[in-house]
Design a protein around this ligand. Structure first.
Ligand SMILES: [Zn+2]
Length: 229
């Protein structure tokens, strides 16, 4: 099958990339530069894995970089766009004032990125577009208190994107989150897929910021996995 894949250089989308190639799919990796300071690091790592996969497979296509200018109109998020941002708060993404995760909130980010990527996939008449969204049990048991500020990696989000895919495009691309469908957590992705596909996770970057802060939710999840291993 020909699939587009949203990749960020993080553990989850990297694992999905390796697994898709191992299963014999033809993959068109897509990454989005929305002006965030961590992009250069992310792109470098994505390209490293693509080069590695190319040595064993002709099914991995060149990286498509989509440029978006979210930073032109955001209320918040200066941290994500500021190369010189120093993360000195206890938890930079968890301020319990007017809005949570203010320093990482980019309005419309996932929805717009997915639709843009869908347009790219439709132009190539690809069958599916995949994202590495994970299943997090606690988010669904306490969904109003844990995260899900925008719900933009939820099953409902995936369904809604699929409805949009049926309209506005001449070719409908099915949007899927295979890890979520299989209820795989970050630990599952690390253990199972990492070992099966021999993935070098040291060549991944999870933090919202260019230098891992070890304070944000992405860092904490990642650090937990590496400490347990
Ligand atoms: Zn971090």
């Amino acid at each position: 099958m020909k699939i587009g894949m949203l990749v960020t250089g993080g553990m989850d989308s990297t694992a999905l990339l390796y697994e898709a190639i191992a299963k014999g799919h033809t993959v068109y990796p897509i990454t989005v530069d929305y002006g965030h300071s961590a992009f250069a690091k992310q792109e470098e790592l994505v390209l490293w894995h693509i080069e590695k996969l190319k040595q064993g497979s002709h099914r991995i296509k060149p990286l498509k970089v989509i440029n978006l200018t979210f930073h032109n109109f955001q209320r918040y998020s200066p941290a994500l766009f500021d190369l010189n941002y120093k993360c000195d708060e206890k938890d930079p993404l968890n301020e319990y004032d007017e809005i949570r995760y203010k320093k990482s909130l980019v309005e419309g980010r996932n929805a717009i990125m997915v639709l843009y990527a869908m347009g790219f996939c439709a132009s190539l008449e690809l069958e599916e577009l995949w994202a590495g969204y994970l299943y997090a049990k606690e988010e669904w048991e306490k969904r109003l208190t844990v995260k899900l500020l925008t719900g933009d990696n939820s099953p409902q989000f995936v369904d809604t994107m699929n409805i949009l895919s049926l309209m506005g495009f001449s070719h409908s691309v099915r949007f899927r989150a295979p890890f979520y469908e299989r209820r795989l957590s970050k630990a599952d992705v690390f253990d199972t897929i990492g070992r099966e596909c021999d993935i070098d996770y040291s060549k991944t970057h999870s933090c919202y910021f260019p230098i891992p802060c070890h304070k944000c939710d992405n860092c904490l999840l990642r650090d937990e996995i590496f400490l347990e291993d």
